[in-house]
Design a protein around this ligand. Structure first.
Ligand code: BG6
Length: 545
């Protein structure tokens, strides 16, 4: 990470102990002494968004830029050139920008007045010669100083094409010393190992690896980054962060939403490509990797890739045995009836695409050998929850009568990535009363409470900022992407064979029954994250059984 990326907010008064806030400051949750860390100022640049009329641009990229502008992060020499096939004029694009960013303040509005738009096909040279002319003009008129940030927010099949065309039109090499040309590439990066390697070849023909910023918005989440802080800023966890003390790890990425209007895209993806190959692998790597020697981008990424190399790659038979895939049928979410996946718009009535997936992975190294790593993700599950739960081994000998300690569960450390971001530790406590009843309770750290009043940048805001300042720490390197595909490819191959199997689950349930058996075979069970979410609130809380 660059030092600027973590700079504290400039010059604003701190809520010190003498302030009126001090009376509310509890010992358990000391109030922060300074205002939110701000992102450092970005250099001038022309940002070219390919896919500028698309969903991602409107929902994520433009709102993130608007917030960056209003925080004062964007330079006066910043502009956007949108490129897409939709036939729009500059004015129509600006109207679209205004509609997508209703919250945008005066700084943002001032910048947007000069945004430009190019209607063009990605395989037509004119699109790129017009772009080159626009970029040169921006340098002269808008002060963009020769810096370019390309953002590939198109359909993935044109990523390579766009990179090649940019190179052919002399847009990929920095014009002179000190200027930069970087490209942010959205996911999915390939649809299997071979296509990811082919895409890398196309990208590397146009850009050096150091210019390529493969984005995974999970890495922009504060709570994902906090895994590093938890592990490497505290002395108490690391000595027990291994197979001697941890008996299993569960990663859950659950969503209550269905595929919404993205049925067409989802049909080509499925849960493995959409969530596991990228988001889950990244979270797992940060949770299980060794300590990097510094927070420099390549030192962190070296450790992540080493961890991914230790994840077992199953044979096709093993892949079938170690995975359960499912698809939601109609059911109820929050009491509302919802349709099944096969009835969704743009979804085939006999679709074989998985909307749920459970996997049992192994990490074959000295730290994790023998510890089952369970992963599950799904759409239309009962709640939106992303968490990593590390369960510790039981005590070697239980002093207490099993009848009075049957509500005692093994210690579990839960890293709650969303919602209700925080960390909780479940441990046994004596129930008040004469007998020695022992049961599990949870000690909770809540981000919102501990850092009340500190507004953090949202994932896209942080990541776009980092690409602008040239900090690649949170972006995915080529070798990481390829190794993640190597891990998941056998599942894709196994499922394409007859007998690959699909298990159905009603919307609003925790997935197919077969997924329970996958965990039960190891003598374990899935956690129910909702129970903990409802009951933990920064207090010691009894957990219902
Ligand atoms: C995206 C997937 O990468 O992540 C979506 O394409 C999914 O299908 C989304 O809904 C989940 O992100 P988050 O931040 O809501 O957990």
């Amino acid at each position: 990470m660059t030092p600027e990326a973590t700079t504290q907010g400039g010059g604003q008064a701190a809520a010190g102990p003498a302030s009126s806030d001090a009376t509310n400051t509890s010992k358990a949750h000391p109030r922060p002494r300074s205002l939110p860390p701000v992102l450092s100022k970005a250099p001038p640049a022309a940002m070219v968004i390919f896919g500028a009329s698309g969903d991602l641009t409107a929902r994520k990229i433009l709102p993130a830029l608007a917030r960056l502008a209003d925080r004062g992060v964007l330079d006066d020499g910043f502009t956007v050139i949108g490129v897409a096939r939709t036939a729009w004029t500059d004015e129509e694009f600006r109207a679209h920008v205004a509609e997508a960013t209703p919250e945008g303040g005066s700084k943002w509005k001032a910048l947007t007045a000069r945004f430009k738009y190019i209607t063009g096909e990605y395989n037509h040279p004119e699109t790129f010669s017009t772009l080159k002319a626009h970029l040169d003009e921006s340098d002269r008129l808008d002060g963009t100083a020769g810096n370019r940030l390309y953002y590939l927010a198109t359909i993935p099949s044109v990523f390579g094409l766009v990179a090649e065309a940019l190179a052919e039109h002399a847009c990929t090499r920095p014009a002179e010393g000190g200027t930069f040309a970087r490209v942010v590439v959205e996911k999915p990066y390939g649809r299997d190992l071979d296509s990811a390697i082919a895409l890398d070849e196309q990208m590397h023909a146009a850009f050096d690896e150091g210019q390529i910023y493969r984005i995974d918005h999970y890495m922009g989440k504060e709570t994902v980054q906090n895994v590093l802080a938890l592990r490497f800023a505290n002395a108490i966890f690391e000595p027990i962060w291994n197979r001697r003390y941890i008996s299993q790890v569960q990663v859950t990425v659950a969503e209550s939403l269905g595929v919404e209007h993205r049925g067409g895209f989802y049909e080509t993806a499925g849960a493995l490509r959409d969530i596991v190959q990228n988001h889950v692998m990244q979270v797992l790597a940060l949770t299980l990797m060794e300590s990097p020697t510094s927070t420099e981008a390549d030192r962190v990424r070296d450790e992540k890739v080493k961890l991914l190399h230790a994840v077992d790659i199953p044979t096709p038979d093993e892949a079938v045995d170690k995975s359960v895939r499912g698809q939601y049928t109609e059911g109820f979410i929050d009491g509302e009836k919802v349709i099944g996946y096969r009835q969704e718009q743009d979804v085939s009535p006999d679709s074989q695409t998985e909307t749920y997936l459970a996997l049992r992975l192994r990490v074959e190294n000295w730290r994790w050998a023998g510890v089952p790593i369970f992963v599950r993700t799904g759409k239309r599950l009962p709640a939106r929850v992303t968490e990593v739960a590390l369960t510790f081994r039981s005590v070697p000998f239980l002093l207490f009568d099993h009848r009075t300690s049957r509500d005692l569960r093994p210690n579990t450390l839960v890293l709650r990535i969303q919602p209700d971001e925080g960390i909780s530790l479940e441990f046994g406590a004596k129930v008040p009363g004469e007998k020695f009843h022992v049961r599990s309770v949870a000690m909770d750290f809540s981000y919102a409470e501990a850092f009340a009043g500190m507004e953090s940048a949202d994932g896209y805001e942080r990541l776009i900022h980092d690409a602008m300042v040239g900090d690649a720490t949170l972006f995915i390197r080529s070798d990481e992407v390829q190794q993640a595909w190597r891990i998941v490819d056998p599942y894709l191959k196994a499922w394409s064979e007859p007998g690959g199997g699909m298990h159905f689950y009603p919307a609003g349930t925790w997935g197919p029954h077969m997924a329970d058996l996958l965990v039960e075979r190891s003598g374990d069970e899935w956690r129910n994250p909702v129970i903990d979410l409802e009951l933990s609130g920064g207090r010691l809380t009894e957990l219902p059984q």
